[in-house]
Design a binder for this molecule. Structure first.
Ligand code: SAH
Length: 216
């Protein structure tokens, strides 16, 4: 489809988005470069094409949303990703955050709870040249068979930090997770200092779709 091609127009809009993120206080050049590379318009339904580079969230089907670029920038920045690190992502969704993590040089393992989104994204991302490992499953449980992870990112609102995810974090690893039981959550940054010692910091309020518990 022609409208999904990455034209100069889209590239120009991405540069403007990066400028906007700078104005909003983002300074991590690696994260900004990743956002400048990923063609966000290609992840969205054609109805939203003209707004793809606004700092807004949009529906991606199944009642879910793609996160605001500023939220993606923030969560990615918090993780301090180094090339080759294993990153576990909970909530693949349309795969935009996955692509940004891949541009940072991470090896990404991504779990999605909704089969339709899982099926769609695991076919779509490779078409854009992005390869990650995709899993259809429950993010509360993580991926014990592939643990430990250097970093874990949760892109849905969780009522609490799931125990299984804490266990699958390596020592020195970072978990970024929006925590809250209602429509709003607080961004939590949890660092595993030692086997049993976790340090926790809270950074601002966000609105994520809620993490789904054991859906039939
Ligand atoms: N990172 C995504 C944001 C998706 S919104 C993107 O850039 O598009 C949150 C996603 O988390 C949704 O796709 C939702 O289906 C998924 N999700 C919700 N609960 C989950 C769970 N328990 N395990 C895995 N994924 C879950």
């Amino acid at each position: 489809m022609m409208d999904r091609a990455d034209t100069f127009l889209h590239k120009g809009k991405r540069k403007k988005l990066v400028e906007l993120l700078r104005q909003k206080g983002f300074t991590n050049e690696k994260v900004l470069a990743a956002i400048e590379k990923v063609p966000r318009h290609a992840f969205l339904d054609s109805a939203f094409l003209n707004f793809a580079y606004d700092d807004e969230a949009f529906p991606i089907g199944e009642g879910q949303t793609i996160s605001h670029p500023s939220t993606v920038a923030m969560q990615t920045d918090i993780l301090q990703i180094k090339k080759g690190e294993k990153v576990l992502e909970i909530g693949t969704g349309c795969g935009y955050q996955t692509a940004v993590l891949l541009e940072m040089g991470a090896r990404v393992f991504s779990i999605e709870r909704q089969q339709k989104l899982y099926e769609k994204t695991k076919v779509f991302l490779p078409k854009l040249g992005y390869s990650a490992r995709f899993f259809y499953g429950d993010g509360y449980k993580g991926l014990p068979q592939h643990a430990p992870f250097s970093k874990i990112i949760v892109t849905a609102g969780a009522p609490y930090p799931p125990d299984d995810l804490l266990k699958q974090l390596e020592i020195g690893g970072i978990l970024v997770i929006p925590i809250g039981k209602g429509a709003e959550q607080t961004m939590n940054v949890i660092t595993r200092k030692e086997e049993q010692i976790f340090d926790r910091t809270e950074l601002g309020t966000f609105k994520f779709v809620p993490m789904i518990k054991d859906k039939a």
